[in-house]
Design a binder for this molecule. Structure first.
Ligand SMILES: *Cc1c(COP(=O)(O)O)cnc(C)c1O
Length: 229
């Protein structure tokens, strides 16, 4: 199926109120243009350099979401244009984003990335660590980040029960954080990818991040910078 057909199918299948982030990392700008022509406006990337190059090359009404691990020394390059940073996994990074956004007088939407999987390789806050940080309260002085919700990646496993329990845990943490700390602006639960998005939606996701289903398998060897297409 073409990129256009996949987008159309997904848009039909997704319940109302569930937003689609098309994850275009490692895919050429021409693929993004095809999705754009099909009406898709929200794209997710995981490497700052690739994100910046694609931003430069592509239509300016695209909403770019940073979804990969972000180092503080790369924050400045994406803060001017990024519409959401989904991968905020530490207090240090949060403070840095606030500082860089303040410097250019922007407010950047962020999601708190929560570690819910079994694998040690994944990033994100541990629940207790996050709750301790939020109770301590220094984040309340940040005027240039807007806390919009949580993001998480489930374990890479065939075990649907395991995945379901991780999604349920993430959704209930979201409800708790919304009630205890953030309120109604905190409205986004980003969970679900190609292999598990239906399960994620059943468990209360309202933002799915889908790559391979739309664009095909990623080729980790090739460059996907726009001028290489
Ligand atoms: C790559 C990636 C995705 C998309 O994965 P697919 O399995 O290709 O849909 C979603 N979220 C994050 C954080 C990713 O890094």
């Amino acid at each position: 199926m073409s990129v256009r057909e996949q987008i159309a199918d997904l848009q039909k299948e997704l319940p109302e109120g569930v937003n689609l982030v098309a994850v275009s990392k490692m895919h050429p700008a021409s693929d993004i243009e095809e999705a754009y022509a099909a009406g898709q406006r929200v794209f997710g990337e995981s490497r700052p350099q690739e994100l910046c190059a694609k931003y430069e090359a592509l239509p300016k009404d695209i909403e770019w979401h940073m979804i990969g691990h972000l180092q503080t020394n790369k924050v400045r390059s994406i803060v001017p244009f990024v519409s959401m940073i989904q991968s905020v996994d530490s207090a240090h990074l949060l403070a840095y984003i606030d500082k860089e956004a303040a410097r250019i007088d922007r407010v950047v939407d962020v999601l708190l990335e929560i570690f819910v999987a079994q694998e040690e390789t994944k990033h994100g806050w541990e629940e207790e660590e996050l709750l301790t940080y939020l109770r301590e309260g220094s984040w309340r002085s940040f005027e240039h980040v807007r806390f919009r919700g949580v993001m998480g990646i489930a374990s890479l496993t065939e075990n649907q029960m395991q995945i379901r329990s991780e999604f349920v845990r993430l959704r209930s943490l979201f409800d708790r954080l919304r009630g205890e700390f953030f309120g109604v602006d905190f409205d986004t639960v980003s969970m679900g990818m190609t292999s598990d998005w239906k399960l994620a939606v059943e468990c209360g996701s309202n933002m799915v991040r889908i790559g391979s289903l739309i664009f095909g398998a990623r080729n980790y060897g090739a460059s996907s910078l726009p001028d290489m297409k």
